[in-house]
Design a protein around this ligand. Structure first.
Ligand code: ACO
Length: 324
């Protein structure tokens, strides 16, 4: 019988500090009106001084374990998607592993920027389907505020900090139970687009952390095309049509991009999960944060078909389809 990765818990964490557009407009030449109109963002959460990516990831991980009723040593693997690790090495996932008190299994990071959660989910799903792990914690955690140029209005208004986690377990049930879980993942990249979105630092080049640089229009242009392709790939692989999808949980970068993906699927607005207004773009954390919100408030229910898609620096992009 085929093994399938089933979602048994999810959790999220947002730092306490909230920065509104108006507050931002006091230090950089922008306005609440411009930011809302172009992006849909109203506010973002920012990590406190000394609060690291692993601190956010750990809180999300603990919430996911608690919801699933599992203990850290029940886990075989932690995959953490992040572009803002605590340190160059070791992996942020190992710090989360230590924070949980997990003394077995393995933990490592995945780096695909805003597509990181889709990539991490794909890795976890493959570990489970190959039989190499039975329970995997997939985390998206970011402190993007640390790699922003707070004087560059073209980028600093767009991002926020946060973390989300999803716990997958191998399921081999029959009938309806066997239908639940990750149905497919698709991941892609095209490294020729490095210059459209990158951080100008790193251990082997500048020996500094660097800050985000972005050609917003170029990113926008590619995002709508690539994410639409990833959606089509998910539907085709599962022999489904847009009408079969119950929920779209997109990467939360920009309301206009999110709406155009919802429109493409012909989904009513209330079937598209939106958090970008309150979280801004939290990169790899944006999908699990949105997912957890829609699960905990009862929108996403068992049996629902949930489509996720993302695109990020690289470029990287992808989609995942899950029967909840
Ligand atoms: N406040 C006020 N004015 C601004 C701001 C700001 N924060 N930022 C830029 N402007 C100005 C520019 O200087 C420019 O002024 P000018 O005409 O006098 O030169 C004007 O606004 C228009 O700038 P554009 O960059 O052309 O504005 P655009 O309509 O493309 O919107 C935006 C910019 C919102 C970044 C858009 O391109 C976008 O959403 N791109 C996608 C980027 C994205 O989502 N990146 C996230 C990472 S990748 C991902 O997650 C998919």
């Amino acid at each position: 019988m085929a093994i399938r990765s089933q979602v048994v818990g999810c959790g999220s964490y947002l730092p306490l500090r909230v920065m509104s557009n108006d507050e931002l407009a006091r230090t950089v030449d922008t306005s609440d009106e411009w930011i809302r109109k172009r992006t849909g963002i109203r506010e973002r959460h920012l990590a406190a001084d000394g609060e690291a990516t692993s601190d956010l990831g750990l809180k999300a991980a603990q919430a996911a374990l608690e919801q699933a009723g599992l203990a850290p040593d029940d886990l075989d693997l932690i995959v953490c998607a992040t572009a803002t690790p605590d340190e160059t090495f070791p992996a942020t996932a190992t710090r989360i592993q230590a924070g949980l008190g997990m003394t077995r299994g393995a933990a490592f990071d995945v780096q695909a920027v805003c597509s990181g959660f889709i990539y991490a989910l794909a890795v976890a799903d493959n570990f489970i389907r190959c039989g190499q792990a039975r329970s995997v914690l997939v985390i998206g955690a970011e402190t993007f505020s640390r790699i922003l140029d707070w004087e560059d209005r073209g980028t600093c208004v767009l991002f926020g900090d946060g973390a989300g986690a999803v716990l997958l377990c191998a399921g081999e049930g029959r009938g309806e139970v066997a239908d639940r879980g990750v149905l497919s993942t698709h991941v892609y990249s095209d490294g020729r687009h490095h210059d459209a979105l990158y951080v100008d630092g790193g251990p082997s080049t500048t020996q500094t952390t660097g800050v985000v640089h972005m050609d917003g229009r170029e990113v926008y242009r590619h995002a709508v095309v690539r994410m639409a392709e990833a959606i089509d790939a998910a539907l085709e692989a599962n022999d489904l049509t847009p009408g079969d999808i119950d929920w779209l949980v997109p990467h939360q970068a920009n309301l206009r991009i999110i709406e155009s993906m919802g429109h493409r699927l012909n989904l009513p607005r209330d079937r598209v999960v939106v958090t970008v207004d309150r979280h801004a773009n939290t990169s790899a954390a944006s999908i699990p944060l949105a997912l957890c919100e829609a699960v905990s408030d009862g929108r996403i229910r068992q049996g629902d078909l949930v489509l996720m898609e993302a695109m990020g620096g690289g470029f990287t992009w992808g989609s995942a389809l899950v029967r909840w």
